[in-house]
Design a protein around this ligand. Structure first.
Ligand code: AMP
Length: 217
């Protein structure tokens, strides 16, 4: 059931990443991106790269990047592109050259997508499929407040959630167009139960990834 992991063995050629699973999940806060992203990554044996998780780690460890990013995150604003690139791009490149990746939250604007595409293309590791997790806006706030109670994320307060949803809505259409124009966008209905969304995701991804990527086990 998984594929492309380190146990794929030495027979993988140096150009094996040409066919690897390289996904981007695009969805509003509360759409299940994180949960589904982890599940996809585990299923396909690739790395889950969440820009938000990486940034929160930097904030928690009080690193230089974390100190510079925290004000933006606390307000629900996007962290400046330069900081995000420095943190995330090396991981995307490395994962792309290894087995592949599921990106969660990066690129998050068309500017980021335009800037990173040529860099990834140069190593033949650009996003091969962007999945739009389409949610009902009114569902998101209650879900996020619920998560706030269970996880205690510092940016899950009602005001910051509202700001994050606004930022997402401002950025999403040009970002979707970027991938749609390249024939790389699929839409998945994210309104159902997690297992239902998961089943649809697998169909969407398997239908667009070369079957050579999939192991039978
Ligand atoms: P998330 O975990 O995806 O909800 O992201 C949490 C916060 O991290 C966002 O509200 C932003 O402040 C910041 N962030 C995450 N990804 C990016 C990105 N690609 N560009 C800029 N800021 C980001």
């Amino acid at each position: 059931m998984t594929q492309g992991g380190s146990d794929a063995g030495p027979s993988r050629s140096s150009t094996a990443h040409d066919e690897s699973v390289r996904l981007l999940l695009i969805g509003p806060p509360g759409s299940g991106k994180g949960t589904q992203g982890k599940r996809l990554a585990q299923h396909y044996g690739v790395e889950h790269i969440s820009a938000g998780d990486l940034l929160r780690h930097e904030v928690e460890t009080k690193s230089d990047i974390g100190r510079r990013a925290s004000d933006y995150m606390e307000q629900g604003e996007l962290v400046p592109d330069g900081l995000v690139y420095d943190l995330v791009m090396p991981k995307v490149l490395a994962a792309g050259k290894a087995n592949g990746y599921v990106l969660d939250g990066f690129p998050r604007s068309v500017g980021q997508a335009e800037e990173c595409r040529p860099v990834l293309d140069k190593d033949d590791v650009a996003v091969r499929l962007a999945v739009h997790l389409d949610a009902i806006p009114d569902d998101l706030m209650p879900r996020l407040l619920d998560r706030a109670r269970s996880e205690g994320r510092f940016d899950d307060t009602p005001e910051v959630i509202r700001a994050r949803l606004d930022v997402f809505n401002d950025e999403v259409e040009p970002l979707l167009d970027f991938y749609r124009d390249r024939g790389l966008l699929v839409l998945v209905d994210a309104t159902g139960a997690p297992d239902h969304v998961w089943a649809q995701l697998q169909v969407a991804v398997d239908g667009r990834q070369p079957r050579t990527d999939l192991r039978s086990g």
